[in-house]
Design a binder for this molecule. Sequence first.
Ligand code: SAM
Length: 333
Amino acid sequence: MERSCVRVPREAGEDTRQELAAAGLLDDEYEIVGDDGRLYLPVTDAEAAREAYTVVTRDVPAHDGQETPADRLGFDPSYERLGDVAIIDEDDPERAREIADAIVDSDLPVRAVIDRASKVKGDLRVRDWTVVAGGDGDDRPVTETVHREYGFEYRLDLSRVYFSPRLATERHRVTEGVEAGEQAVDMFAGVGPFVVPIAARGATVVGVDLNPAAIEYLRENARHNGVADRVTAIEGDVRDVAADYAGWADRIVMNLPHSADEFLDSAVTLAGDDCVVHYYDIQHEDDPFGPGERAIREAAAAEGYAIEVLTRHVVRSYAPHELNVCLDVRLSR
Ligand code: SAM
């Protein structure tokens, strides 16, 4: 079966396998194959893997004896896995049903298949879902699952909170820059995929979210991953919370890409005299960083901060001609 694979020299194979598995990107339905001094590691998300690796298309066999959805269908369906839930995006209900049945009847450890029924919407960035298969016979909601990312586990219910596994490598990039003893604020924390690993680096972290369900899961995820003592989870509008932590933050994460500019005044309130801000934005490819940079400069200057842009980073392509980007910016005064 043709799959997207990360291609590495054989000597780098084991390290890469571990990195991909930790990122939740290794496609465990298919075998790793090698030839000519190179290894090909099948991945679940070519776009995310491409950020750090060379990705090629390659014929790889399914694991011995494992029946894949493609074996049942005779074609390779498109789906994403989040814990034991598979996510599809199909307009035709009959085709959705056919794919969903093949997924739950295959050897994949999937208990339910859900179909995207809307775009993410509103302030809470939650989407509607149609449950297409599975999920019977247990007490928890069909849309609830436990997702593993870089060694941490996150419980979440996709029908109540925002979550995207596609940001795993980006979250890891940010987390790697954190030093023990830092004070960090995640202004739009969700279920904690930035908060938990940042706290695990030894930082003290405040995570704010408007969505009560996200905060419930954030508290549970902080406990479950052993960092609750360094995490404060606050339910509310971060614009109302910022004054309570004025001047407190060494680091701020702003992952609300369509409207982060509206929250820059609050970010500046939260910032200490030397603070790194990770500012996520979605902009046209012609000038993906300019609007964010100008907005940050203006908000910072109003409070006497100088800004230094540390990184201009493309996270992924979001839509035709639109990029999801991150600006890492140091504010100092
Ligand atoms: N950082 C998380 C992640 O990577 O999964 C969640 C990001 S999600 C794109 C944005 C989050 O911001 C949502 O969970 C939403 O509920 C929250 N949110 C939106 N407006 C907010 C506000 N005014 N104050 C605090 N949180 C807000």
